[in-house]
Design a protein around this ligand. Sequence first.
Ligand SMILES: Nc1nc2c(ncn2[C@@H]2O[C@H](COP(=O)(O)OP(=O)(O)O)[C@@H](O)[C@H]2O)c(=O)[nH]1
Ligand SMILES: [Mg+2]
Length: 322
Amino acid sequence: MRREDSIQVLVSKFIEKDRIALAKIITIVENEPDKAKEIFDIIYKNTGKAYIIGVTGSPGSGKSTLISKLAQEMRNRGKTVGIISIDPSSPFSGGAFLGDRVRMREIVSDPDIFIRSVASRGISGGLSKATYDIAAVFDAYGKDYILIETVGAGQAEVDIMKIADTIICVFTPGAGDSIQAQKAGIMEIGDILVVNKADMDGDKLALQLELALDSYTRQTGWRPPVLCTIATEGVGIRELLESIEKHRKHIELTGVLEERRKNHIEKKIKEIVLQIVEEYVSKFLKEDREIKNLVEKVYSKEENIYSAANKLIQPLIKKFEE
Ligand SMILES: Nc1nc2c(ncn2[C@@H]2O[C@H](COP(=O)(O)OP(=O)(O)O)[C@@H](O)[C@H]2O)c(=O)[nH]1
Ligand SMILES: [Mg+2]
Protein backbone atom coordinates (compact mmCIF):
# COMPACT_ATOMS: atom_id res chain seq x y z
CA MET A 1 0.00 0.00 0.00
CA ARG A 2 1.32 3.41 -0.92
CA ARG A 3 1.82 5.74 1.97
CA GLU A 4 -0.76 8.24 0.80
CA ASP A 5 -3.28 5.42 0.77
CA SER A 6 -2.70 4.36 4.35
CA ILE A 7 -5.83 4.27 6.45
CA GLN A 8 -4.63 6.99 8.78
CA VAL A 9 -3.93 9.41 5.96
CA LEU A 10 -7.17 8.52 4.23
CA VAL A 11 -9.21 9.09 7.35
CA SER A 12 -7.60 12.43 8.10
CA LYS A 13 -8.37 13.56 4.56
CA PHE A 14 -11.92 12.30 5.07
CA ILE A 15 -12.25 14.32 8.24
CA GLU A 16 -11.12 17.38 6.28
CA LYS A 17 -14.05 16.64 3.95
CA ASP A 18 -12.05 15.46 0.97
CA ARG A 19 -14.52 13.97 -1.50
CA ILE A 20 -12.03 11.56 -2.98
CA ALA A 21 -11.27 10.22 0.47
CA LEU A 22 -15.01 9.79 1.01
CA ALA A 23 -15.35 7.82 -2.23
CA LYS A 24 -12.34 5.66 -1.35
CA ILE A 25 -13.62 4.94 2.13
CA ILE A 26 -17.00 3.90 0.78
CA THR A 27 -15.32 1.49 -1.62
CA ILE A 28 -13.26 0.05 1.22
CA VAL A 29 -16.33 -0.31 3.41
CA GLU A 30 -18.07 -2.23 0.64
CA ASN A 31 -15.20 -4.53 -0.22
CA GLU A 32 -12.68 -4.88 2.59
CA PRO A 33 -14.28 -5.71 5.93
CA ASP A 34 -11.01 -5.75 7.87
CA LYS A 35 -9.94 -2.32 6.77
CA ALA A 36 -13.50 -1.10 7.19
CA LYS A 37 -13.38 -2.10 10.83
CA GLU A 38 -10.24 -0.07 11.30
CA ILE A 39 -11.94 2.94 9.72
CA PHE A 40 -15.07 2.60 11.84
CA ASP A 41 -12.91 2.44 14.93
CA ILE A 42 -11.84 5.98 14.16
CA ILE A 43 -14.92 7.56 12.64
CA TYR A 44 -17.78 6.09 14.66
CA LYS A 45 -17.65 8.90 17.17
CA ASN A 46 -18.69 11.34 14.48
CA THR A 47 -21.89 9.52 13.60
CA GLY A 48 -25.41 10.16 14.85
CA LYS A 49 -25.87 13.63 13.44
CA ALA A 50 -27.26 12.91 9.98
CA TYR A 51 -30.96 12.49 9.44
CA ILE A 52 -31.77 9.34 7.50
CA ILE A 53 -34.75 9.20 5.19
CA GLY A 54 -35.90 6.00 3.52
CA VAL A 55 -37.86 6.22 0.29
CA THR A 56 -39.68 3.09 -0.72
CA GLY A 57 -42.22 2.21 -3.41
CA SER A 58 -42.81 0.11 -6.51
CA PRO A 59 -40.35 0.26 -9.41
CA GLY A 60 -41.22 3.18 -11.68
CA SER A 61 -43.18 5.08 -9.05
CA GLY A 62 -40.73 7.96 -9.30
CA LYS A 63 -38.51 7.39 -6.26
CA SER A 64 -35.26 8.38 -7.99
CA THR A 65 -36.84 11.48 -9.50
CA LEU A 66 -38.35 12.43 -6.17
CA ILE A 67 -35.05 11.90 -4.37
CA SER A 68 -33.11 14.03 -6.82
CA LYS A 69 -35.63 16.86 -6.44
CA LEU A 70 -35.68 16.51 -2.70
CA ALA A 71 -31.89 16.62 -2.62
CA GLN A 72 -31.96 19.83 -4.64
CA GLU A 73 -34.44 21.36 -2.23
CA MET A 74 -32.18 20.40 0.67
CA ARG A 75 -29.21 21.94 -1.09
CA ASN A 76 -31.20 25.14 -1.64
CA ARG A 77 -31.47 25.31 2.12
CA GLY A 78 -27.74 24.95 2.49
CA LYS A 79 -27.79 21.31 3.60
CA THR A 80 -25.52 18.56 2.35
CA VAL A 81 -26.87 15.26 1.10
CA GLY A 82 -25.78 11.66 0.64
CA ILE A 83 -27.87 9.37 -1.52
CA ILE A 84 -27.82 5.59 -1.40
CA SER A 85 -29.77 3.79 -4.07
CA ILE A 86 -30.53 0.12 -3.73
CA ASP A 87 -32.70 0.09 -6.79
CA PRO A 88 -30.92 -1.90 -9.50
CA SER A 89 -32.84 -0.05 -12.21
CA SER A 90 -32.00 3.31 -10.72
CA PRO A 91 -30.72 5.97 -13.06
CA PHE A 92 -28.15 6.63 -10.34
CA SER A 93 -26.77 3.14 -10.82
CA GLY A 94 -23.53 2.11 -12.37
CA GLY A 95 -21.93 5.50 -12.71
CA ALA A 96 -23.51 5.92 -16.14
CA PHE A 97 -26.77 7.72 -16.00
CA LEU A 98 -28.23 6.31 -19.18
CA GLY A 99 -31.69 7.52 -20.09
CA ASP A 100 -31.92 9.89 -17.19
CA ARG A 101 -28.62 11.51 -17.90
CA VAL A 102 -29.96 15.01 -18.35
CA ARG A 103 -32.34 14.87 -15.44
CA MET A 104 -29.68 13.62 -13.07
CA ARG A 105 -26.81 15.72 -14.30
CA GLU A 106 -27.74 18.70 -12.19
CA ILE A 107 -27.53 16.90 -8.92
CA VAL A 108 -24.66 14.64 -9.87
CA SER A 109 -22.45 17.63 -10.55
CA ASP A 110 -23.18 19.20 -7.18
CA PRO A 111 -20.15 18.54 -4.96
CA ASP A 112 -22.31 18.47 -1.86
CA ILE A 113 -24.51 15.68 -3.08
CA PHE A 114 -22.84 12.32 -3.06
CA ILE A 115 -24.57 9.37 -4.69
CA ARG A 116 -23.78 5.74 -4.22
CA SER A 117 -25.56 2.74 -5.68
CA VAL A 118 -25.39 -0.62 -4.01
CA ALA A 119 -26.55 -4.00 -5.16
CA SER A 120 -29.35 -5.52 -3.16
CA ARG A 121 -27.33 -8.44 -1.95
CA GLY A 122 -26.75 -9.14 1.68
CA ILE A 123 -28.03 -10.85 4.74
CA SER A 124 -31.76 -10.65 4.32
CA GLY A 125 -31.82 -10.06 0.61
CA GLY A 126 -33.14 -6.55 0.94
CA LEU A 127 -31.07 -3.79 2.38
CA SER A 128 -27.51 -4.90 2.16
CA LYS A 129 -25.09 -4.58 5.01
CA ALA A 130 -23.25 -2.13 2.79
CA THR A 131 -26.17 0.28 3.00
CA TYR A 132 -25.92 0.57 6.73
CA ASP A 133 -22.17 1.02 6.60
CA ILE A 134 -22.26 3.58 3.80
CA ALA A 135 -24.88 5.55 5.68
CA ALA A 136 -22.56 5.57 8.70
CA VAL A 137 -19.73 6.86 6.51
CA PHE A 138 -21.92 9.64 5.08
CA ASP A 139 -22.98 10.48 8.60
CA ALA A 140 -19.42 10.68 9.91
CA TYR A 141 -18.46 12.78 6.90
CA GLY A 142 -21.00 15.33 8.04
CA LYS A 143 -23.84 14.92 5.56
CA ASP A 144 -26.96 16.57 6.95
CA TYR A 145 -29.37 14.25 5.17
CA ILE A 146 -29.03 10.71 3.89
CA LEU A 147 -31.63 9.58 1.39
CA ILE A 148 -31.99 5.87 0.80
CA GLU A 149 -33.93 4.55 -2.16
CA THR A 150 -35.23 1.03 -1.91
CA VAL A 151 -37.72 -0.92 -3.97
CA GLY A 152 -40.79 -1.53 -1.89
CA ALA A 153 -41.09 -5.24 -1.96
CA GLY A 154 -41.19 -7.69 0.89
CA GLN A 155 -38.04 -7.76 2.93
CA ALA A 156 -36.65 -4.48 1.66
CA GLU A 157 -39.58 -2.65 3.18
CA VAL A 158 -39.02 -4.25 6.52
CA ASP A 159 -35.29 -3.68 6.25
CA ILE A 160 -35.61 0.03 5.68
CA MET A 161 -37.10 0.22 9.15
CA LYS A 162 -33.76 -0.92 10.51
CA ILE A 163 -32.06 2.22 9.38
CA ALA A 164 -34.34 5.15 8.51
CA ASP A 165 -35.51 7.87 10.87
CA THR A 166 -38.35 8.85 8.56
CA ILE A 167 -39.86 6.55 5.96
CA ILE A 168 -41.58 7.84 2.86
CA CYS A 169 -43.81 5.45 0.90
CA VAL A 170 -44.36 6.41 -2.71
CA PHE A 171 -47.55 5.45 -4.55
CA THR A 172 -48.74 6.14 -8.08
CA PRO A 173 -52.26 6.44 -9.44
CA GLY A 174 -53.56 3.47 -11.33
CA ALA A 175 -50.92 1.07 -10.08
CA GLY A 176 -53.25 -0.74 -7.71
CA ASP A 177 -51.04 0.60 -4.97
CA SER A 178 -53.77 1.32 -2.46
CA ILE A 179 -54.76 -2.31 -2.24
CA GLN A 180 -51.15 -3.34 -2.33
CA ALA A 181 -50.41 -0.91 0.45
CA GLN A 182 -52.86 -2.46 2.82
CA LYS A 183 -51.73 -5.94 2.00
CA ALA A 184 -48.06 -5.27 2.42
CA GLY A 185 -48.58 -3.41 5.66
CA ILE A 186 -47.10 -0.29 4.15
CA MET A 187 -49.44 1.75 6.30
CA GLU A 188 -47.53 0.59 9.30
CA ILE A 189 -44.14 1.58 8.04
CA GLY A 190 -44.78 4.84 6.19
CA ASP A 191 -44.35 8.05 8.18
CA ILE A 192 -45.25 10.07 5.12
CA LEU A 193 -47.29 8.78 2.19
CA VAL A 194 -46.63 10.33 -1.20
CA VAL A 195 -48.89 10.07 -4.21
CA ASN A 196 -46.44 10.80 -6.99
CA LYS A 197 -47.43 11.33 -10.64
CA ALA A 198 -50.28 13.41 -9.30
CA ASP A 199 -50.53 14.79 -12.83
CA MET A 200 -52.19 11.47 -13.63
CA ASP A 201 -55.20 11.94 -11.36
CA GLY A 202 -53.77 11.44 -7.93
CA ASP A 203 -56.77 12.70 -5.97
CA LYS A 204 -58.63 9.44 -5.93
CA LEU A 205 -55.65 7.50 -4.68
CA ALA A 206 -54.89 10.14 -2.06
CA LEU A 207 -58.42 9.79 -0.76
CA GLN A 208 -58.17 6.00 -0.68
CA LEU A 209 -54.97 6.27 1.32
CA GLU A 210 -56.58 8.70 3.76
CA LEU A 211 -59.45 6.28 4.24
CA ALA A 212 -57.07 3.40 4.78
CA LEU A 213 -55.22 5.48 7.37
CA ASP A 214 -58.46 6.05 9.25
CA SER A 215 -58.50 2.41 10.21
CA TYR A 216 -55.00 2.45 11.69
CA THR A 217 -54.23 3.73 15.12
CA ARG A 218 -50.66 4.50 15.92
CA GLN A 219 -49.11 4.59 19.33
CA THR A 220 -46.87 7.49 18.48
CA GLY A 221 -49.68 9.95 17.89
CA TRP A 222 -48.44 10.68 14.39
CA ARG A 223 -50.87 10.37 11.53
CA PRO A 224 -48.90 10.06 8.30
CA PRO A 225 -49.76 12.92 5.97
CA VAL A 226 -50.72 12.05 2.39
CA LEU A 227 -48.96 14.38 -0.03
CA CYS A 228 -49.38 14.74 -3.78
CA THR A 229 -46.27 15.35 -5.86
CA ILE A 230 -45.26 15.64 -9.50
CA ALA A 231 -41.62 14.79 -9.11
CA THR A 232 -40.70 15.49 -12.73
CA GLU A 233 -41.89 19.07 -12.34
CA GLY A 234 -40.79 19.58 -8.77
CA VAL A 235 -44.38 20.06 -7.61
CA GLY A 236 -44.96 19.32 -3.92
CA ILE A 237 -41.28 18.85 -3.10
CA ARG A 238 -41.06 21.78 -0.72
CA GLU A 239 -44.13 20.50 1.13
CA LEU A 240 -42.55 17.07 1.29
CA LEU A 241 -39.41 18.44 2.92
CA GLU A 242 -41.56 20.40 5.34
CA SER A 243 -43.41 17.22 6.25
CA ILE A 244 -40.12 15.44 6.83
CA GLU A 245 -39.01 18.21 9.18
CA LYS A 246 -42.35 18.12 10.95
CA HIS A 247 -42.07 14.38 11.46
CA ARG A 248 -38.52 14.79 12.64
CA LYS A 249 -39.57 17.32 15.26
CA HIS A 250 -42.41 15.09 16.34
CA ILE A 251 -40.23 12.05 16.88
CA GLU A 252 -37.51 14.10 18.53
CA LEU A 253 -39.94 15.58 21.04
CA THR A 254 -41.75 12.34 21.79
CA GLY A 255 -38.55 10.36 22.22
CA VAL A 256 -39.47 8.10 19.32
CA LEU A 257 -36.33 9.04 17.41
CA GLU A 258 -34.07 7.94 20.22
CA GLU A 259 -36.09 4.77 20.62
CA ARG A 260 -35.94 4.05 16.88
CA ARG A 261 -32.21 4.60 16.71
CA LYS A 262 -31.57 2.38 19.71
CA ASN A 263 -33.76 -0.22 18.11
CA HIS A 264 -31.72 0.03 14.91
CA ILE A 265 -28.51 -0.41 16.86
CA GLU A 266 -29.86 -3.46 18.67
CA LYS A 267 -30.97 -5.07 15.43
CA LYS A 268 -27.63 -4.33 13.83
CA ILE A 269 -25.67 -5.82 16.72
CA LYS A 270 -27.80 -8.97 16.58
CA GLU A 271 -27.32 -9.19 12.83
CA ILE A 272 -23.56 -8.98 13.20
CA VAL A 273 -23.56 -11.60 15.96
CA LEU A 274 -25.61 -13.93 13.78
CA GLN A 275 -23.22 -13.38 10.94
CA ILE A 276 -20.24 -14.24 13.13
CA VAL A 277 -22.01 -17.35 14.40
CA GLU A 278 -22.88 -18.39 10.88
CA GLU A 279 -19.30 -18.03 9.72
CA TYR A 280 -18.09 -19.95 12.74
CA VAL A 281 -20.58 -22.77 12.28
CA SER A 282 -19.90 -22.97 8.55
CA LYS A 283 -16.22 -23.37 9.23
CA PHE A 284 -16.95 -26.02 11.84
CA LEU A 285 -19.21 -27.96 9.48
CA LYS A 286 -16.63 -27.85 6.75
CA GLU A 287 -13.96 -29.29 9.00
CA ASP A 288 -16.12 -31.85 10.73
CA ARG A 289 -15.43 -35.38 9.56
CA GLU A 290 -18.36 -36.84 11.38
CA ILE A 291 -20.75 -35.44 8.78
CA LYS A 292 -19.75 -38.08 6.21
CA ASN A 293 -20.57 -40.84 8.68
CA LEU A 294 -23.90 -39.28 9.41
CA VAL A 295 -24.69 -38.98 5.73
CA GLU A 296 -24.12 -42.72 5.38
CA LYS A 297 -26.33 -43.40 8.38
CA VAL A 298 -29.17 -41.24 7.11
CA TYR A 299 -28.82 -42.80 3.67
CA SER A 300 -29.11 -46.28 5.08
CA LYS A 301 -32.04 -45.22 7.33
CA GLU A 302 -30.11 -45.86 10.51
CA GLU A 303 -30.63 -42.26 11.48
CA ASN A 304 -33.05 -39.54 10.50
CA ILE A 305 -31.95 -36.21 9.18
CA TYR A 306 -32.97 -34.24 12.29
CA SER A 307 -31.24 -36.47 14.77
CA ALA A 308 -28.17 -36.39 12.54
CA ALA A 309 -28.14 -32.59 12.53
CA ASN A 310 -28.65 -32.59 16.26
CA LYS A 311 -25.70 -34.93 16.81
CA LEU A 312 -23.52 -32.78 14.66
CA ILE A 313 -24.33 -29.60 16.51
CA GLN A 314 -24.02 -30.99 20.06
CA PRO A 315 -20.25 -30.53 20.39
CA LEU A 316 -20.60 -26.95 19.19
CA ILE A 317 -23.33 -26.19 21.69
CA LYS A 318 -21.11 -27.61 24.42
CA LYS A 319 -18.32 -25.33 23.25
CA PHE A 320 -20.63 -22.34 23.40
CA GLU A 321 -21.67 -23.24 26.93
CA GLU A 322 -18.15 -23.31 28.18
N1 LIG B 1 -45.95 11.83 -15.37
C1 LIG B 1 -45.05 11.73 -14.39
N2 LIG B 1 -43.97 10.94 -14.57
C2 LIG B 1 -43.07 10.85 -13.57
C3 LIG B 1 -43.25 11.54 -12.35
N3 LIG B 1 -42.21 11.24 -11.54
C4 LIG B 1 -41.42 10.39 -12.22
N4 LIG B 1 -41.93 10.16 -13.47
C5 LIG B 1 -41.37 9.29 -14.51
O1 LIG B 1 -41.53 7.94 -14.13
C6 LIG B 1 -40.44 7.16 -14.59
C7 LIG B 1 -39.83 6.38 -13.43
O2 LIG B 1 -39.19 7.31 -12.57
P1 LIG B 1 -38.03 6.88 -11.56
O3 LIG B 1 -37.72 8.07 -10.75
O4 LIG B 1 -36.92 6.22 -12.28
O5 LIG B 1 -38.83 5.79 -10.70
P2 LIG B 1 -38.26 4.71 -9.62
O6 LIG B 1 -38.13 3.42 -10.34
O7 LIG B 1 -39.31 4.64 -8.57
O8 LIG B 1 -36.97 5.23 -9.11
C8 LIG B 1 -39.46 8.12 -15.26
O9 LIG B 1 -39.66 8.07 -16.64
C9 LIG B 1 -39.86 9.46 -14.68
O10 LIG B 1 -39.56 10.51 -15.57
C10 LIG B 1 -44.41 12.37 -12.19
O11 LIG B 1 -44.65 13.00 -11.15
N5 LIG B 1 -45.27 12.40 -13.23
MG1 LIG C 1 -35.15 4.39 -8.99
